[in-house]
Ligand binder design. Structure first.
Ligand SMILES: [Zn+2]
Length: 186
C-alpha cells in the first residue's frame, strides 16, 4: 500500500516524464480493490490545518494508530508514517484520539506534515528489494528508509532520548515507539 510520499514521488516522476496533458491509452491495475471511495483530507493540502485535524479526532474513542491508518480520517498515511509521526509528536499509539489536548493535536498535525514532506523530498521509502516494493517512475528506490527514527528499528536507541525502541502490536499492526518519549495512556 503506497503512502503519500510514494504517491507524490510517482506524480513528480510522471510530470518530469512529460505525462501532463498526454492521453492515457492503457492502465495496469495491480491491486484491483488502490480504495478511493471514502478518502479523508489530503494531509499536505492547505485546508488540512491543526483545527481540521482536531475536528476529526474530537470525541473519537478509537486509538490514535488505527484511526490515523483509516484512510477516511486522513488520506495517504500508512504504517510507516503513522509510527514516525506519533514518535515525533511524542504520542503513544494507544491514546484515545478524543483525549488529546489542543497542544498535542497541534504537535501531531505538525509531525504528520513534517514526516510526509521529508519523505517526499527524498523520494519516498523503499523497504526491501522485492519487485513489489516501491520504485519511482525512473525506477529508483526511495531513500527515506535511512531517515526512519523508529519504524523497524526495534532495539535501536531512540534518536531523542537513547532508550531502545520497542515494537508492540496495535490493531493487528506492528507498531514501533519509544517507551520514554511516548508514555502509555493512564
Ligand atoms: Zn525517546
Amino acid at each position: 500500500m503506497p503512502e503519500l510520499p510514494e504517491v507524490e514521488t510517482v506524480v513528480r516522476g510522471l510530470r518530469a516524464a512529460g505525462a501532463v496533458g498526454a492521453r492515457i491509452r492503457q492502465v495496469d491495475v495491480r491491486w484491483p480493490r488502490t480504495l478511493l471511495a471514502r478518502l479523508g483530507p489530503e494531509p499536505l493540502a492547505a485546508a488540512f490545518t491543526a483545527a481540521a485535524l482536531r475536528a476529526r479526532l474530537a470525541g473519537r474513542r478509537r486509538m490514535l494508530k488505527p484511526l490515523l491508518l483509516d484512510q477516511s480520517t486522513v488520506a495517504g498515511l500508512g504504517n510507516i508514517y503513522v509510527d514516525e509521526a506519533l514518535w515525533r509528536a511524542r504520542l503513544h499509539p494507544c491514546r484515545q484520539a478524543g483525549t488529546l489536548a489542543p497542544a498535542e493535536t497541534a504537535r501531531l498535525h505538525a509531525a504528520i506534515r513534517k514526516v510526509l514532506r521529508e519523505a517526499v523530498d527524498i523520494g519516498g521509502t523503499s523497504l526491501g528489494d522485492g519487485r513489489a516494493n516501491f520504485y519511482s517512475v525512473a525506477g529508483r528506490r526511495g531513500r527515506h528508509a535511512d531517515n526512519l527514527r523508529v519504524f523497524r528499528r526495534t532495539g535501536a536507541p531512540c534518536p531523542r532520548c537513547g532508550r531502545p525502541v520497542v515494537r508492540i502490536v496495535v490493531g493487528q499492526r506492528g507498531t514501533h515507539l519509544c517507551p520514554r518519549c511516548q508514555p502509555p495512556p493512564e
